[in-house]
Design a protein around this ligand. Structure first.
Ligand SMILES: [Fe+2]
Length: 383
């Protein structure tokens, strides 16, 4: 018998061309002064920012741009954005971009009403957030983090070299506007890395100790869809119909994992991301196989069978090895070169990475208990 909660208070609007409705949606929410949070390049280079600003001219809305969001955003970017939002008396935050821009946007929306620095609310301290922020609209331009539908914001602290998350129901967006058209111009590497992130969200949600009757079919659907279509997108970057499938699957995986939490892959990938300074999806891929080998040992036959079927493994005989092999091939089709040693990670920092992993929330929801020795062993296998 199961007992669980499921809560996702985000209005989702999904469809090609919806990005042009952002000003109209802002107006519908009663906004008069909007902070638009984005990264430095993508939105400008694609010309979408200019077109968006033109569309805003049709509405009585003042718009302020905060394009100071780097990949792997440090916490003080949120503090800066929140100060700007307060000084301009902003009543709506719009995040448009990859996971970093969206994570920063949603954190700014709650930080406006919180004292201190956003880092005061990181990790275990997220429960200190007891008041809601201002409304937010999140618009993804990559298909991977699913930040637009989650209660999570991932930030780094460059001084302490920590990469941790705030997890709180107040981080949910008011509206997630999800438009496959915006993912059409993504190059090969970002398509692969962000899609792999979504794949691993599905996998870890499915395996999580909190997986339940609602999240399990969602996670499996996302997993199956990404497994089937991501290599095809990788070969056909301009196919909007395939982009739609991956963005849909990323959204579904987000709805699942924001309820269940993730697992060992994310717990170990976070410190790797900080130390190697590599994209998050790639950092996840580098430890997926040894973490999965460890987890599959305790998986029930029912779950092993369901996971296998999603990946085209239809018999329980030798299923564990076949599943590992399928995922290895999947990474290879996406141009992923495994081996931590290939990304500037030195053997002697593996113990530091193993010490950092338990600080993440994902560590606790792994289906099989982790400890320092186990994580160090996984890192050595991934080296
Ligand atoms: Fe992730």
């Amino acid at each position: 018998m199961q007992s669980f909660n499921f809560y996702i208070p985000v209005k989702i609007k999904f469809g090609v061309g919806l990005w042009e409705k952002i000003p109209e949606e802002s107006y519908s929410l009663g906004a008069k002064r909007v902070l638009l949070v984005t990264g430095k390049k993508h939105l400008k280079d694609s010309g979408i920012l200019d077109q968006l600003l033109k569309l805003y001219n049709n509405y009585p809305i003042d718009i302020f741009i905060f394009d100071n969001v780097p990949p792997e955003p440090p916490y003080y970017v949120v503090d800066e954005g929140a100060n700007l939002a307060k000084s301009k008396n902003v009543d709506l935050v719009i995040g448009i971009g990859g996971g970093s821009a969206l994570d920063v946007a949603k954190a700014i929306a709650i930080k406006v009403n919180l004292p201190g620095s956003i880092w005061d609310y990181i990790g275990e301290k997220s429960d200190k957030i007891t008041i809601k922020g201002i409304p937010s609209i999140l618009v993804p331009t990559t298909a991977g983090t699913a930040s637009e539908v989650t209660r999570v914001s991932v930030l780094i602290n460059p001084e302490t070299k920590e990469k941790l998350s705030i997890r709180n129901d107040f981080l949910y967006a008011t509206l997630a506007l999800i438009d496959p058209y915006l993912t059409l111009s993504l190059p090969h590497e970002i398509t692969a890395h962000s899609g792999i992130d979504a794949f691993i969200h599905s996998l870890e949600s499915f395996l999580s100790i909190n997986s339940n009757m609602i999240t399990e079919p969602l996670a499996l659907t996302a997993l199956r869809t990404i497994y089937k279509y991501l290599p095809r997108v990788y070969e056909n970057l301009n196919r909007l119909d395939l982009r739609e499938k991956i963005l849909y699957a990323s959204t579904v995986s987000g709805i699942a994992f924001t309820q269940t939490g993730l697992g060992g892959i994310h717990a170990i990938a976070h410190p790797i991301g900080v130390y190697a300074n590599i994209p998050h999806g790639l950092a996840c891929a580098l430890v997926t196989l040894p973490v999965l080998e460890y987890n599959l040992e305790i998986l029930s036959k029912e779950k092993l069978s369901a996971l296998g079927r999603a990946l085209g493994v239809y018999s329980l005989r030798g299923a564990k090895n076949k599943i590992i092999k399928k995922i290895e091939e999947f990474f290879s089709l996406l141009g992923i070169k495994l081996g931590l040693r290939n990304y500037g990670i030195k053997w002697n920092i593996l113990p530091i990475l193993a010490q950092e992993a338990p600080k993440t929330g994902s560590y606790k929801t792994n289906p099989r208990a982790l400890n320092y020795e186990v994580v160090l062993d996984i890192l050595k296998k991934a080296f």
